[in-house]
Design a binder for this molecule. Structure first.
Ligand code: TMP
Length: 237
C-alpha cells in the first residue's frame, strides 16, 4: 500500500500510495517540536492521537461541506489523502489573543478578538515562518488575488465550523493554523492537519490548556491532554 517516502516534516511523513494514482499516505510521527524545531521530544502514542483527532475533525468538516484532502483513516497512525501541491502559507485564525500576537502587539492573553483576525505566515523553516502581508503572499505563494481571498474566506468559514465542533465538547477554540493545497484539477482544498499541534484549545470551564502549549511552555503532559481531546470527540459520536 505504501510507496516511496516523498517528504518528511517535523510531525509527519508523506508517502506515495501504491496503486492509487493521485493519493498520498500521511504517517503521523511521535515527535513534538516547538520554536521552529529548537525544542524537541518524542511522545510514544502521539502519532496515533493526532491521526485519530485529525481524522475526526476532517470528517466532521467534510460533513459540513468543507472540501479537504482527507479520504480515510487507514490505521492507527496513517491516513489516505488526495495529493495536493501545498501552498506555502500558514493561515492562522485567532478568536482570542494568545501566543505570538500577545508579544507582537502587546495584547493581553485572553482578550477576545471580534471579528476574528486572520494572519498569514510564509511557510519556510529556514526563514522561521515570517509573518507576511497579502502582497508578500502573492509574491511567494504563486496564487492569484482571487485565490488569496478565497483562502481567507475559507479559513473564516472553517473557523465557524471548528468553533461549533469544539463548543460541543466544552472547548474554546482560541486560535489555529491551516494549510491549503491545490488538487490536480486546480482547486484549493484544506490540507495538512487540524489537531492539538495546530490549535489552541482551552477547557471552557477551567481554561486548562489542552494543546501543544503544554509542551511549548512545559506546563503539562502532552499525551494526557491530547487523549482528553480524543476522548471528548469520541464521546460525541
Ligand atoms: P502563534 O501564536 O505561535 O503564532 O500560533 C498561532 C497558532 O498556530 C497556534 O494555534 C499554534 C499554531 N501553530 C502551528 O500550527 N504551527 C506553527 O509552526 C506555529 C508557530 C503555530
Amino acid at each position: 500500500m505504501k510507496g516511496a517516502l516523498l517528504y518528511e516534516g517535523k510531525a509527519k511523513q508523506v508517502y506515495e500510495a501504491k496503486d492509487a494514482t493521485g493519493k498520498l499516505i500521511l504517517s503521523y510521527k511521535n515527535d513534538a517540536t516547538a520554536f521552529n524545531g529548537e525544542k524537541k521530544s518524542v511522545f510514544p502514542g502521539k502519532g496515533r492521537l493526532n491521526n485519530e483527532i485529525a481524522a475526526h475533525i476532517f470528517s466532521m468538516l467534510q460533513d459540513q461541506g468543507v472540501k479537504t484532502h482527507f479520504i480515510e483513516r487507514l490505521n492507527e497512525t496513517e491516513q489516505l489523502v488526495w495529493q495536493t501541491e501545498i501552498i506555502p502559507l500558514e493561515v492562522v485564525v485567532r478568536n482570542v489573543a494568545a501566543g505570538s500576537i500577545t508579544k507582537r502587539l502587546g495584547i493581553e492573553e485572553k482578550t477576545v478578538l471580534e471579528p476574528p483576525i486572520v494572519e498569514l505566515f510564509y511557510k519556510d523553516d529556514a526563514l522561521g515562518d515570517p509573518l507576511i502581508n497579502d502582497e508578500h503572499a502573492l509574491l511567494v505563494a504563486s496564487i492569484t488575488q482571487a485565490e488569496l481571498q478565497e483562502i481567507k474566506t475559507k479559513a473564516l468559514a472553517i473557523n465557524i465550523h471548528l468553533q461549533h465542533i469544539f463548543q460541543a465538547i466544552r472547548i474554546q477554540l482560541v486560535d489555529f493554523k491551516l494549510e491549503f493545497g491545490r488538487l490536480a484539477c486546480g482547486s484549493i482544498v484544506l490540507a495538512d492537519e487540524v489537531s492539538p499541534d495546530t490549535c489552541r484549545l482551552w477547557d471552557v470551564a477551567t481554561f486548562e490548556k489542552l494543546d501543544k502549549d503544554v509542551f511549548r511552555q512545559g506546563t503539562g503532559d502532552l499525551l494526557t491532554v491530547y487523549e482528553e481531546i480524543l476522548n471528548r470527540l469520541e464521546e460525541q459520536k
